[in-house]
Design a protein around this ligand. Structure first.
Ligand code: FAD
Length: 374
């Protein structure tokens, strides 16, 4: 962390190449590509530590979205993963579009099959790290004549012909770039397709099961640090002749947030352990990300209030934590959407389909699914 103190205007993705941090990028990659094969449990603890200092440090450790490449049953992405492990490459992920965010099925970016490859056309937006990355993992709908479009993922170099980026201005999480990616007749070879045609949903589910767990850990760490800071303030800030920590409403509310953050962390440990045991608890990870971030936001907002005017002063650091957490509430699946996934796992497909304005499917799964949570 001394490196960060020497770099006041730090950019976490750029800092990955710093010699003092050289081993961090490959922590959660396989040894065959130069990684250290840390499991999800160890990574979650490290992400939580990053969050304690600054949510934006989540981009400093591990392979980030490049881990999705390792889910494909092939070694042809190993050179890119090796470069990621050496901090010589970085993968951004491009899913969201002007007319499709939460609804992956609505993606309009088209992948048109051509001789030995595909031509990509479309616009992605709200994409993080558009300037720092060397590659984009682009989700697009493969369009074959007389077939339903099938969502697939492609690895596209940032300098591919027809690919252009356009900056947008985020409210928080601003140490890295953010914006739109335009794909105009961008040709990629078949080898750029990650997994088979139509495997986009499966890759998405598996990758975000892990990534949402890490993001939850970051959020928990950030809010725990805010509560620690507030505990110090409750002891040192005197009003009407005594410390504000004597007020029972502050003690009670602090206990509430400590408990919610602790419960979220225990769930994070459970989800990470399942991932380490090669189980993909998709609904648990959705529940974790939604509840951890909502608890972190609530705790941080409360901390700002306890600090009074000082909480509104940027020098206290709480408003930055709050703004960054608001970004995490939306990125990688909004809390609403993740809660709808939990309800889906509990209630079964029929009510979920109805909520999605789709023809209801058979709801046989309801009972067995609901017991899974208890
Ligand atoms: C800081 C930040 C970083 C991001 N980074 C990336 C990135 O790197 N790559 C990328 O592809 N995208 C990225 N995004 C985009 C993000 O993933 C989307 O914004 C998010 O998935 C929501 O999509 P949307 O904006 O289209 O909202 P919409 O899908 O239009 O949703 C609008 C509102 O409706 C609610 N809603 C939608 N569906 C349901 C439902 N089924 N049940 C209940 N409520 C629902 C949502 O919760 C939301 O409040 C980022 C966003 C932010 C804020």
């Amino acid at each position: 962390m001394a490196v960060l103190q020497r770099h006041e205007a730090w950019n976490p993705v750029a800092l990955r190449a710093h010699q003092d941090l050289a081993d961090w990028a490959g922590l959660d990659l396989a040894p065959r590509v130069g990684g250290a094969a840390w499991g999800a449990s160890d990574m979650a603890r490290l992400f939580r530590e990053c969050g304690r200092r600054d949510v934006e440090l989540r981009d400093l450790i591990g392979a980030g979205h490049a881990r999705l490449l390792a889910l494909a049953a092939t070694r042809r992405f190993d050179p890119v993963l090796s470069a990621v492990a050496k901090s010589a490459a970085y993968c951004a992920i491009a899913i969201t579009e002007p007319d499709a965010g939460s609804d992956l099925r609505a993606l309009a970016t088209a992948a048109r099959p051509v001789d030995r490859g595909y031509v990509l056309d479309g616009i992605k937006q709200y994409i993080s790290r558009i300037s720092e990355c060397t590659h984009f993992i682009v989700f697009a709908a493969v369009q074959r004549v007389a077939q339903e479009p099938s969502i697939s993922a492609f690895l596209v170099p940032r300098d591919a012909p027809g690919l252009a980026t356009e900056a947008m201005r985020p409210s928080g999480l601003a140490t890295v770039s953010w914006g739109r990616v335009h794909l105009r007749r961008t040709r990629v070879p078949i080898a750029a397709r990650i997994g088979g045609e139509g495997e986009g949903f499966s890759l998405f589910r598996h990758h975000f099961c892990y990534w949402r767990t890490m993001i939850a850990a970051v959020a928990i760490g950030s809010a725990q640090a805010a509560i620690d800071q507030t505990a110090g303030w409750m002891k040192s800030r005197h009003v009407f002749g005594a410390p504000i920590g004597r007020f029972s409403h502050l003690q009670q509310t602090m206990a509430h947030w400590i408990a919610r953050l602790r419960m979220a962390w225990l769930l994070a440990e459970s989800v990470a352990e399942q991932i380490d045991n090669r189980v993909w608890p998709v609904a648990d990870a959705a529940m974790l990300k939604a509840e951890a971030i909502e608890a972190a936001l609530g705790a941080t907002e409360w901390a700002m209030t306890v600090f009074g005017g000082a909480g509104y002063d940027t020098a206290t650091g709480l408003e930055k934590r709050y703004r960054d957490l608001l970004g995490l509430r939306i990125a990688d699946g909004t809390s609403d959407v993740l809660r709808s996934q939990v309800a889906r796992a509990f209630l079964g497909e029929r009510l979920y389909d109805l909520s999605m304005s789709r023809a209801p499917s058979d709801g046989r799964a309801s009972d067995s699914q609901s017991r899974r949570f208890w």
